[in-house]
Design a protein around this ligand. Sequence first.
Ligand code: 8YV
Length: 313
Amino acid sequence: MSEPRLLQTGPMTERFSRRLAAQYAVTPLWLQPDPDAWLEQHGGEIDIVVSSAFYGCGAAQLQCLTRVRAICHFGVGYDSVDVAGAQRRGIVISNTPDVLNDCTADLAMGLLIDTARRIAWGDRFVRAGTWAAGQKFPLASKVSGKRLGIVGLGRIGAVIARRAAGFDMELRYHNRSAVAGSPYRYEPSLVELARWADFLVLALVGGAGTRKLISAEVIDALGPQGVLINISRGSVVDEAALVAALVEGRLGGAGLDVYESEPSVPAELLKLDNVVLTPHVGSGTEETRLAMEMLVLDNIASFVASGKLLTPI
Ligand code: 8YV
């Protein structure tokens, strides 16, 4: 492909934008005075789209991109991309799998330990001078040796399982179907897994197929001693049911990195000490973001050179 025209739908790092612009003719869509008008007018000139979890490539955008042949997506989850629409038109899509497994699994364990052991809460307690004033901090819950249920034993889920083994945790998982050759016990019923588990970690894909899979029934099965950890997508949880259960004390706690309408977080959660909140940073380390950027650049280079993506979905 000679002189491909690229469209980047949203900002990533300065470094990535610089590298992309050094190699290709690229339009930063979010910097256009009227991005929709730009797409209407110039969408037909674009060959390759660069998207991300926050700035995807939806059906309306894709409709304007009449010439596009590839979408190189920054992130492992591509629910912000109109995959069905792209595939109908033979547009190929790449994502950035594997390079973010470690960091996302690390954050899952961090949220789990923080929620159970009340690290952030303890930090607030110390900073507020409450400890110095003589008050006692409430006892927390033990992590080691407890029961961990993983929903979605994919690439990230498998790394979380390995981390959990280091904490002598008992492990079961739920997927659409059992993972062939997995050493862990498969639980076909999500509600039963939640009933069994002390901690339920969500590591499944987002999108229409998993919307609100973590229902009020699943949350109630996890119960007042249970803790929910979500590092996947906010869309997989019935967030209103989760908030109600936490407010009413029907769920023990939650460690959340993702939400239904990011970056907004339900106000009720901000007041709860048994909830730990992070701003969608599963892959958010210098090392991992650099590896993701390089994989996006390598996918683009491969597609331009050979018409083939390195990590197609
Ligand atoms: C985001 C993510 O891509 O990989 C994913 O699916 O959600 C993240 O890594 C990243 O935060 C940038 O949008």
